[in-house]
Design a protein around this ligand. Structure first.
Ligand code: ITT
Length: 200
């Protein structure tokens, strides 16, 4: 059985990709980056989601000698020209402060009417082999931004992103409902043919 490394310390992402690989009937042992605590995190120096996902996947594949998958994702707001984009996790200045990031974005958009509050979550998922072979797939979840947060599920900007065709925010969906339509779910599922092709 092939060992596949997922370049994240987020256990939810490992669970989600493991389920997608199992659904696809792929006999792969998926482990998170926590299995390799000695390998340092990679600097995300790319300027697109795809570049950052590829950087992380190649670094982990080289360091472990195993195929590696990585993702990079964020929220892209149309009226802000696609920002926060790759800066989503540190939009307020502090990496990973979800509440501060969300509060700042809502303040910036305070005067923007509903018709102009379109946005999408974007995710690039990359697969890299130790020999440098690579595949990358992108997924999106389109929606509109609420004026006030709603819901307690999920993370990040979930309480303000209402998917097109739904009356709830992402934070009001069950994890299964969100995975079925999410940018990350789409990108991970889109990567399955590449995993099958390259790992058999
Ligand atoms: P890693 O440790 O795997 O890198 P991360 O949380 O630092 O995870 P992500 O690439 O998953 O980075 O996401 C970057 C930011 O984009 C994240 O902090 C959120 O603010 C936002 N984001 C991405 N996906 C999201 C989602 O499904 N729901 C809400 N916010 C999301």
């Amino acid at each position: 059985m092939h060992r596949l490394i997922l370049a994240t310390r987020n256990a939810n992402k490992v669970t989600e990709l493991r389920a997608i690989l199992a659904d696809a009937g792929l006999d792969v042992e998926l482990v998170g980056a926590d299995a390799y605590p000695e390998i340092p995190d990679v600097k995300e120096t790319g300027v697109t989601f795809a570049e950052n996902a590829l950087l992380k996947a190649h670094a982990l594949a080289r360091a472990t000698g195993h195929p590696a998958v990585a993702d990079d994702s964020g929220l892209c707001v149309d009226v802000l020209g696609g920002a926060p984009g790759i800066f989503s996790a540190r939009w307020s200045g502090t990496h990973g402060d979800d509440q501060a990031n969300l509060d700042l974005l809502l303040a910036q958009l305070a005067d923007i009417a509903d018709a102009h509050r379109t946005a999408h979550f974007a995710c690039a998922a990359a697969l890299a082999l130790p020999d440098g072979t690579e595949r990358v797939v992108e997924g999106r979840l389109e929606g509109t931004l609420r004026h006030t947060p709603a819901g307690s599920g999920g993370f990040g900007y979930d309480p303000i992103l209402q998917p097109l065709g739904d009356s709830r925010t992402c934070a009001e969906l069950t994890p299964e409902e969100k995975n079925a339509i999410s940018h990350r779910g789409k990108a991970f599922r889109g990567l399955v043919p590449g995993v099958r092709e390259l790992l058999g």
